[in-house]
Design a binder for this molecule. Structure first.
Ligand SMILES: [Zn+2]
Length: 180
């Protein structure tokens, strides 16, 4: 059952919290360890109670979430703050070289009889595509972990369910399946 939305609960080792990675499982403390683990995607987290933070050390730089009493917020890479500065930087990284090469290609056209007159325009397109794909790759690097963990969780869940189903079938025909 969903927990009460009225009472904000601080992050502590006794609590059970939604998993910020797969958003399906619940995380709870691992016995005798200052860490928490998800029962669905099996991701392991270290806990900073003072700052109410959860860290996922299985990737570098680690992903960090802050618990606000109800939800995980302020997702960030440790030591990296993704803000408008980064968005502007990414746009400049893609547009600036493309524009410069485009201007050069436009202002200094090749001899129309040269064998490679298409080269400047292709070069401009390639500049855009390569720089754009670097940004996309960086975004995937940041966001692929939740997707990857989610799919690993789905696969494990299916395996466990198959094992349980097989065990039930093995136990005999007298088992009556309860409705959900
Ligand atoms: Zn999880």
């Amino acid at each position: 059952m969903p927990s009460s939305k009225i009472l904000a609960v601080p992050l502590n080792y006794q609590g059970v919290y939604p998993c910020p990675v797969c958003r399906v499982g619940k995380i709870r403390d691992m016995h005798l360890m200052e860490a928490m683990a998800c029962d669905f995607c099996h991701e392991i987290f270290t806990v900073n109670l003072e700052q109410q933070q959860l860290k996922m050390p299985s990737r570098q730089p680690p992903l960090i979430w802050r618990w606000n009493g109800l939800n995980w917020t302020e997702t960030q890479l440790e030591g990296v703050e993704l803000g408008w500065g980064y968005a502007l930087g990414a746009a400049a990284f893609v547009l600036f070289p493309t524009i410069i090469i485009g201007i050069v290609a436009y202002n200094f056209p090749l001899d129309p009889h040269a064998p490679v007159t298409w080269l400047p325009s292709i070069w401009t397109c390639l500049t855009f595509l390569v720089h754009f794909s670097i940004i996309v790759w960086l975004l995937i690097e940041i966001y692929q972990i939740p997707l990857g963990a989610y799919w690993r969780g789905i696969i494990r869940w299916r395996e466990v369910r198959a094992t349980v189903t097989n065990a039930r079938n093995f136990q005999g025909n007298g088992v009556i399946r309860n409705g959900e």
